[in-house]
Write a protein that binds this ligand. Structure first.
Ligand SMILES: N[C@@H](CCC[C@H](N)C(=O)O)C(=O)O
Length: 259
């Protein structure tokens, strides 16, 4: 069968996007998803997203990592909003369903503003922070992101006794000044470094907000390995609300392949 797709990227986190509003690709198998994401035998991507129809919302984001496992993907959700805009499903404001619940988003020019769920549970042990922003994240503070071996360190944490069953995404971050930081991420489900991770960037901003005891509204500029993002939030009594992930989402190419 012939499958039409559009390849998108958000700060270098890349996705095969499929318009599945008709339900035609409901039964896409895990092995087909793995093959489509394979960088040698397929289209090549960190993940695959089906845009499904759902009543009460503009669409549903059905996200798969390149190994076929499911979670919530911040950059993928931003790319889904850009794709839905391109398909003419939405105008500038949108409300969509995802694995972690309902999200609101706004498309302004080349930027997509994505509202994330509130966060109130942050596990702080030693110097590391663990929290869930739709996907689980481990945040490690380092002095030198450029030379940090995120693949070795990420594998060590992700396959440790604590996390080997469910897996975890691992981020190394360094605060550059009062309003910015740099980040590298190892993603579970890709089992490698990706150039950017939206839920990771959001989790890191929240960890820094907690560490720095920020009060009220705040915004961090974020330098990920594949480009720049921003995270806005409000922190009151250690609860984070009004969390927005902001960044570009762009088409790479369109194509057709047999599955
Ligand atoms: N790249 C994503 C995160 C995708 C999910 C993650 N790999 C997991 O399985 O937890 C993002 O932009 O948030």
């Amino acid at each position: 069968m012939s499958l039409f797709f559009v390849k998108y990227q958000g700060t270098g986190n890349d996705f095969v996007m499929i318009d599945n509003r008709s339900g035609e690709w409901d039964d896409l198998s895990i092995s087909t998803i793995q093959k489509l994401c394979d960088r040698r035998f397929g289209v090549g991507a960190d993940g695959l997203i089906k845009i499904n129809s759902i009543s009460g919302y503009d669409f549903e984001v059905d996200y798969y990592n390149s190994d076929g496992s499911k979670s919530f993907c911040g950059n993928g959700a931003r790319c889904s909003v850009a794709f839905a805009h391109e398909l003419g499903i939405i105008k500038d404001h949108v409300s969509f369903m995802a694995i972690d619940g309902v999200h609101e988003a706004v498309k302004k020019g080349s930027l997509v503003f994505l509202k994330m769920n509130d966060v109130s549970e942050i596990d702080v042990s030693h110097k590391e922070f663990v929290l869930n922003t739709g996907s689980p994240h481990f945040i490690h503070f380092t002095e030198n992101v450029a030379d940090f071996d995120i693949v070795s360190y990420g594998k060590q944490i992700r396959y440790s006794d604590t996390y080997k069953q469910e897996g975890i995404n691992v981020n190394a971050i360094h605060q550059l000044d009062s309003h910015s930081f740099e980040i590298k991420t190892y993603e579970r489900g890709v089992e490698d470094e990706t150039l950017s991770c939206g839920t990771g960037v959001t989790a890191a901003a929240i960890a820094l907000g907690e560490k720095n005891l920020i009060v009220g509204e705040f915004e961090y500029a974020v330098k990920s390995q594949g480009g720049n993002l921003a995270v806005r939030f409000t922190r009151e009594n250690s609860k984070f609300t009004n969390i927005w992930l902001i960044g570009p989402a762009e088409v790479v190419f369109k194509g057709e392949t047999n599955v």
